[in-house]
Structures are given as C-alpha cells and as structure tokens.
Design a protein around this ligand. Structure first.
Ligand code: ZN
Length: 216
C-alpha cells in the first residue's frame, strides 16, 4: 500500500502515519528524517542538500524528490510506504508523480485528515511541555498531577512558541496557500480519502482503516 498523508499542522497526520505504519507493516517516511540521515551519513545527496542549508536556502524540490526516490527503492518499501509531510506543494507533487512513473509504481491513496483551524488552534494551545526532561502534557487530554508541574521532574511546564496561537495561525495560513491545493490535485485523480479528524485517536484511526479497506 503506497500512501500519502495530508493534513494541516496539528491535524494528527504524524500520529496516524505511525499507527498505519505499524498496522500494515510499511515504513513511515518523513522527508525531514531522511534528509537528516543523508547529511549525517555524508552521502552525495546529503552533501548537496547541506550546501543549500548552510547558505540558509531551502533544499530544492528536485533534490528532495531524489532523496525520496532513493528511499522508496529500499527493500522495506517493497510492500508500500507512507509519505508524511511530503509533498507539500503542487510542484513537489508533480515531481513525485514523475519519479513514481520512472519507477513504474503508483499511489494507492492519499489520506487527508480534515480538522478545522479553530480545533487545531485549541488543541495546540493546550499543549504543555517540560523544558527540562521533555515530557509532554495537555491541559485537557493529558493533565499533569499538579497544574503546570511536570510529573517526572517537577519542573514548571511551558507553552512552546510553536504551539502559541499566533504561530499556529501563521503555519495554518502557509498550509492553506501551499498545501491545500494538493487536496484538489489528488481528488481529481480519484485517490483522495478525506477523514474527519475529530474524536479520539482510536476513533480517527478506525475511520482511516475502514476507508482504506473499502477503497482496496
Ligand atoms: Zn520534566
């Protein structure tokens, strides 16, 4: 099964990509992770990517696609893979299509986890992390025993800059402009599954699985 996960930041696509990866025994591929591992292992692609990053530039789409292309040819991707966080733009999706065509493979489904901006903002604003040990909490769903105090090390919990409403709104706006057009792009191809992303992780996970089974 070859899948792409789509969804706004905070919609839960990473969580569900991981669950699906376990369920179907196929790797979850995050471009950030593979890019970092190429750089760490000093591969040719990694060195090239690092050149751009050292100059403060974005790694060009062609290079990211090359890295994805090399990753999905590895043995563990024979039965499929889940792309998480890529593609993010129409040009990336087109470059990915071209790469898959060259490999003679196609995508089975694109799972779009749909959550309203207001729900995402509320969800993120409730997150708290421990600056000392990294433990994470949520003011509604995973409360610490003592308000704002870490259960593990008793440090005072913080709201990360990334989770603040203003930052989240900016990221949602970038998503709206750059990534949302992909929903149309894959819808037209008839491979988009839109799942309403409200409810518990288990409930959403079940909806995704059911939709994937039906579309087989
Ligand atoms: Zn702590």
């Amino acid at each position: 099964m070859r899948l792409i996960m789509l969804g706004a930041p905070g919609a839960g696509k990473g969580t569900h990509a991981l669950l699906l990866s376990k369920e179907y025994n196929i790797p979850q591929i995050s471009t950030g992770d593979i890019l970092r591992s190429h750089i760490k292992n000093e591969t040719d692609l990694g060195k090239e990517a690092k050149n751009y990053m050292d100059k403060g530039l974005l790694v060009p789409d062609e290079l990211v696609v090359e890295i994805v292309k090399s990753r999905i040819q590895e043995d563990d991707c024979k039965e499929g893979f889940i792309l998480d966080g890529f593609p993010r733009t129409i040009p990336q999706a087109q470059a990915l299509d071209k790469a898959l065509e060259e490999l003679g493979i196609g995508l089975d489904n694109v799972v779009n986890i749909d959550v309203s901006d207001e729900v995402i903002i509320k969800r993120m604003a409730g997150r708290r992390v421990c600056p000392k040990c990294g433990a994470s909490y949520h003011v509604e769903h995973k409360k610490p025993i003592k308000d704002d105090i870490c259960d593990e090390c008793e440090s005072e919990l913080i709201l990360r800059e990334d989770d603040k409403e203003e930052t989240v709104r900016k990221r949602l706006q970038v998503y709206e402009e750059q990534t949302k057009p992909l929903i149309d792009y894959y819808e037209k191809r008839g491979i988009l599954l839109t799942i309403e992303g409200t409810g518990s992780v288990e409930e959403i996970g079940k909806k995704i699985k059911d939709a994937l089974e039906v579309s087989k």
